[in-house]
Design a protein around this ligand. Structure first.
Ligand SMILES: NC(=O)c1ccc[n+]([C@@H]2O[C@H](COP(=O)([O-])OP(=O)(O)OC[C@H]3O[C@@H](n4cnc5c(N)ncnc54)[C@H](O)[C@@H]3O)[C@@H](O)[C@H]2O)c1
Length: 423
């Protein structure tokens, strides 16, 4: 937003994050973010604080706080959204528009506007719009500066003025022809969860095909290539492997099911339960293959895990398939060593019981089996012949189907992959 020319004050309740960002150090890894901070901080257009009072002059307040899965339930925990609104409400002015960006259960916006109204200064009409966020970690800057569409959910007497204000905020990307859709609150809230449900379904569809391929001796990668040429289907998100993870897809499809149930529409989303189950089964399948390659037991076996982040170009380890599989192998008695180019620190904080290496070679030293679990470019660029020398019987299981089986096999590796026939 500051790069687009706006004057921005970012409020976070986490003082350590505010302190780090104020020094120009991003508290997470996102390609280009440190450079962008270095470019923008000297302009004075971006400041960080823990104090909501400092946001009192803003024309637009974006609420982007987390909506994690509630402990022990499928539903989303919206307490952070309501807490942020409560802290903000006393500083609202008649001109200020609050804009929800967090991914929330449908129906939240209407409740939130009432909540804002209750806390707003006397005589101030609370204004709220819903503008779901579609950025992808690893592409966050590009997706923010040039998103592929804007959705504005608006409601009430100020709706036209709210649209005009959001158009001003996004005038840069809008003038380059970005599509912008205006709708009601519930549709805007649903767009995001529906998009995530579709993406999760596409991934689990190809992973279900991988299960069938394994049973039938077929090759899921060739199958996906052949399917993908049909432009009604498309090749994107048809990569069979250990499935999806992260802070969005898993919790969003679960929260969507929980909300549909509250609305009496549970049957409509019953299929998402299976999507989630297929996704989890791929993680267990990976552990099964590792055990098989280790002669039927993982007890005392050395397992090298390549990847800890839930996806490449991120250090986000929330619901990471890689760490889930690493933990499962460890709980079966394996000695697991993890290497990740960026997520080591966050992984070590969350899973101190696993061993961590500083390089691919160190992780693979004397390993009985290597598991490729996050599709970092660095792993695709491994020279399998060079790496083979640190193992007695070089064996790799490609959980992402992004390594070249011909290359690895010709370098002396036993190569297996999810959904592809063993040789
Ligand atoms: N991460 C993504 O790729 C992505 C993409 C699209 C949408 N979303 C949605 O955006 C929202 C945020 O996701 P995230 O991954 O950035 O979450 P996150 O947990 O990484 O970050 C949330 C931030 O909000 C802060 N916070 C919590 N309560 C606060 C309060 N009351 N006042 C001020 N700050 C507070 C936390 O300290 C934290 O820094 C979620 O609803 C998520 O579903 C995320």
């Amino acid at each position: 937003m500051a790069q687009l020319g706006h004057s921005v004050i970012a409020v976070d309740s986490d003082a350590a994050k505010v302190e780090s960002l104020s020094r120009g150090v991003a508290p997470l890894f996102e390609p280009g973010l440190d450079d962008l901070l270095a470019e923008v901080l000297p302009t004075g257009r971006l400041r960080f604080t823990t104090d909501y009072a400092q946001a009192c002059d803003a024309d637009v307040h974006f609420i982007c706080v987390g909506t994690p899965q509630r402990k022990g339930e499928n539903a989303a925990d919206t307490t952070y959204v309501f807490a942020a609104a409560e802290s903000l409400a006393p500083y609202l002015t008649a001109k200020a528009l609050v804009v929800g960006k967090s991914t929330v259960p449908v129906g939240t916006a209407a409740k939130l506007r009432d909540h804002l109204q209750q806390g707003a200064p006397e005589g101030v009409q609370a204004r709220l719009a819903w503008n779901p966020e579609f950025l992808r970690e690893g592409f966050a800057i590009q997706d923010t500066v040039a998103p592929n569409r804007f959705v504005y959910g608006v409601d009430g007497p100020t709706a036209d003025a709210d649209v005009a204000l959001l158009d001003e905020v996004y005038s840069g990307p809008l003038t380059s022809g970005m599509p912008r859709l205006v709708c009601d609150f519930p549709t805007a809230e649903l767009v995001k969860v529906a998009a995530n449900a579709f993406l999760a379904t596409k991934i689990s569809f190809i992973n279900a095909m991988a299960e069938v391929c394994e049973a039938a001796g077929a090759d899921v990668v060739l199958l996906a290539d052949a399917l993908g040429h049909d432009d009604r289907i498309g090749r994107k998100f048809l990569n069979a492997g250990v499935g999806f993870g992260g802070g969005c897809l898993p919790k969003d499809i679960r929260a969507f099911m929980a909300r549909a149930c509250e609305l009496g529409a549970d049957e409509a989303l019953e299929f998402l339960r299976e999507i989630d189950a297929i996704n989890r089964r791929r993680r267990s399948r990976m552990v099964d293959l590792a055990r098989e390659e280790c002669g039927g037991t993982l007890i005392g076996k050395r397992v090298a895990v390549l990847g800890a982040a839930f996806k490449p170009d991120s250090d986000d380890i929330r619901d990471s398939p890689a760490l889930d599989i690493a933990q499962a192998a460890r709980s079966e008695g394996a000695l697991v060593t993890v290497f990740d180019p960026k997520a080591r620190e966050s992984a070590q904080r969350a899973f101190p019981e696993l061993a961590y290496a500083d390089s691919i070679e160190e992780a693979c030293q004397r390993a009985d089996v290597v598991l490729h679990l996050t599709e970092w470019r660095q792993f695709r660029e491994i020279d399998p012949a060079k790496l083979a020398v640190v193992l007695a019987n070089p064996t790799i299981i490609d959980g992402r189907n992004t390594l070249d089986p011909v290359l690895w096999r010709s370098a002396g590796w036993s190569y297996r992959a999810l959904g592809r026939p063993p040789v």
